[in-house]
Design a protein around this ligand. Structure first.
Ligand code: GTP
Length: 597
């Protein structure tokens, strides 16, 4: 155990975790020059294209220290986006130390702090690293000052590095040995292993990544996952190099994987404890079921594709246990699924994977958070409302509660005014204003989750010209004066566009949606009345005038091929349309309708 170091790399998004991890792998010769591609650990196409880490990755390296001793390093790369912070917290719980990467051109940002706090909560040894020092815009002294203020370390403890040139990497490796403690734990205790990640492999089933805290796990052992209670046999165990290396046993302090023949990701919960059936240990603290933060309906473009869509979602769920879905039906869209996501990025990823990996064209309805509703009939009964259409009628509705979050925004002081206005407009309550330095300030707000999941982040970025960073944690549910806003097209309710909004904002929101729909809907042969209503009361209206009948004839009169081409194009376009009565609504309109500003 003395020769093992388990550590993770934490940072704000884009501060260079994955790039620096590549350099560590290269310098320790875990991968050869030829195997190295940019962001080696991000193995999903989507991760590479977008340059983001969606899943955690673990990898083992061998390192020969300057003192001549050989060490085993287990590195866990973590996703930076707030949607995946539960995964980060579990990865952190599997380590004794963390490299805290701070981009020297950017300085400390919101997730630098939130991830640092997560690491400190687990008593991790922190090695601060200023990255990207090769860049001319690096502000080494200034950012080092921020780090010193934040974690109270000395200047000498901060390492300077560049993931691009490899500068400073040998010093990081040596600091990992010198500063991060070796794992503790007792090999004679009953087995206690933390599941910090799980991956679905189409041939092998679910592979769980584990960290042994106490005891020993041997190939063939009968094992139990404490939270789910399920029992299996350890068919294969091993360590994680760039691929899987089977071993006969995993001992206290080791990081590795286990294959048990489980076929569905949902049977393994990240954060669960693995133990032996014969000599069971106790559960590791901190296990939580991940709960979706955002819900949206996903419907096939063509109702005949419903079963295909179910199959695709099931397959996606195999390797993404945080995706939840159940069938739902909509008067407007027919049969589909109500899906729960960790956040808007997660929703986008699922939508993109459905299109890319399963060739499924879908309509996604206006996303919403989940509310609690209470009725006058039975005040003790709490209804979980995940779809605005499920909200009880106003006559029986007693009250509605909505989820609140605690949000931290870090910004340069010059943008405080704009950001305050934005947060107040979003019904935020300022809780704290803390100056990290004369130019940088941390603002803490309590905000309704519904107000931030959609366009908040984009607006924050544009107000602060990209200089503000943002992070949040769920807080509680609070009573709010919410109303259901319906959208009608020629008098017909389009339930997929219904939304729950705060009463004070209903009118302006309704007006904006109507205006936006007017832009998004193609003109048809007849006039369309677009209305927003609360119950029977119409609060906003726009009308889309009819298409002049002779348009095609006039423009293309006589030219048969061009006319035919146009008709073909229209036909192709129609596939992406949805019919409401006589009205055609483009598939994109359902999501784009929310891009109001
Ligand atoms: P997420 O996985 O999305 O959280 O990002 P990350 O923290 O892993 O950052 P990543 O390694 O993807 O780097 C972000 C961008 O910064 C990429 O375009 C890198 O090429 C660039 N980059 C990373 N490290 C350095 C560095 O030391 N110097 C320079 N010049 N660019 C760097």
């Amino acid at each position: 155990m003395k020769q093992i170091r388990n550590f993770c790399v934490i940072a704000h998004i884009d501060h260079g975790k994955s790039t620096l991890s590549d350099r560590l792998l290269q310098t320790t010769q875990t991968i050869t020059e030829r195997q190295l591609k940019e962001q080696t650990l991000d193995d999903m196409d989507l991760e590479r294209e977008r340059g983001i880490t969606i899943k955690s990755h673990a990898v083992q390296m061998n390192y020969k220290h300057t003192d001549g001793e050989e060490y085993i390093f287990n590195l866990i790369d973590t996703p930076g986006h707030v949607d995946f912070s539960y995964e980060v917290s579990r990865s952190i719980a599997a380590c004794e130390g963390a490299l805290l990467i701070v981009d020297a051109t950017q300085g400390i940002q919101a997730q630098t702090i939130s991830n640092l706090f997560l690491a400190l909560e687990h008593d991790l040894e922190i090695i601060p690293v200023l990255n990207k020092i090769d860049m001319p815009s690096a502000m080494v002294e200034k950012v080092a000052g921020q780090v010193i203020d934040l974690i109270g370390c000395s200047e000498e403890e901060i390492l300077l590095a560049s993931g691009k040139t490899g500068e400073g990497v040998p010093e990081i490796l040596s600091a990992i040995v010198d500063r991060i403690p070796a794992p503790k734990g007792d090999p004679k205790e009953p087995l206690q292993a933390l599941v910090f990640d799980s991956i679905f492999n189409p041939f092998r089933g679910v592979i769980a990544n584990i960290r042994i805290l106490n005891g020993t796990l041997k190939k063939g052992d009968k094992v139990r996952f404490i939270a789910t209670g399920a029992e299996y046999s350890a068919d294969e165990i091993g360590v994680l190099k760039l691929d899987y290396h089977p071993t006969k046993k995993l001992a206290t302090g080791d990081v590795g994987y286990i294959i048990t023949g489980i076929k569905r990701s949902s049977e393994i919960k990240v954060g669960d404890t693995l133990t032996l059936v014969e000599d069971p240990g106790v559960a590791i603290q901190g296990f939580e079921e991940v709960k979706p933060m955002v819900y949206a309906g996903i419907f096939p473009l063509d109702n005949d594709d419903f079963e295909d869509l179910r199959e695709s979602l099931e397959k996606l769920q195999l390797n993404d246990a945080s995706l939840v879905f159940e069938p739902e039906s909509s008067a407007a869209l027919g049969f589909g699924f109500r899906c729960g996501f960790l956040g808007m990025l997660h929703l986008e990823i699922i939508q993109e994977r459905l299109a890319r990996e399963f060739n499924q064209d879908v309509i996604t309805t206006v996303p919403n958070v989940s509310y609690y509703a209470y009725t006058k009939r039975n005040p003790d009964e709490r209804l979980d409302v995940r779809n605005p259409t499920e909200l009880p009628e106003p006559t029986v509705l007693d009250k509605v509660q909505e989820p609140y979050i605690s949000a931290q925004i870090i910004t340069d002081t010059e943008y405080i005014g704009g950001i305050m206005n934005l947060c107040i407009e979003k019904r935020g309550i300022l809780k704290k204003q803390y100056y990290l330095s004369p130019e940088r300030v941390e603002l803490s707000f309590e905000l309704p989750l519904a107000e931030i999941v959609f366009d908040f982040y984009d607006r924050l970025k544009s107000i602060s010209r990209g200089y503000a960073s943002f992070d949040y944690q769920p807080l509680d549910y609070r009573e709010s004066d919410l109303v259901k806003l319906d959208i009608k097209l020629n008098g017909e309710n389009v339930d997929a566009l219904s939304a729950l909004v705060h009463r004070t904002k209903a009118e302006s929101f309704g007006r904006k949606i109507c205006k936006k729909l007017k832009e998004l809907l193609p003109r048809q042969q007849f006039m369309i009345a677009i209305q927003a209503a609360i119950g029977a009361k119409i609060i906003a209206r726009e009308s889309l005038s009819a298409l002049r009948k002779d348009v095609t004839a006039k423009c293309y009169g006589g030219d048969i091929t061009r006319k035919r081409k146009l008709l073909e194009k229209q036909k192709a376009g129609k596939k992406k349309m949805r019919q409401f009565g006589k009205i055609e609504v483009p598939q994109k309109a359902f999501l784009d309708v929310l891009k109001l500003d």
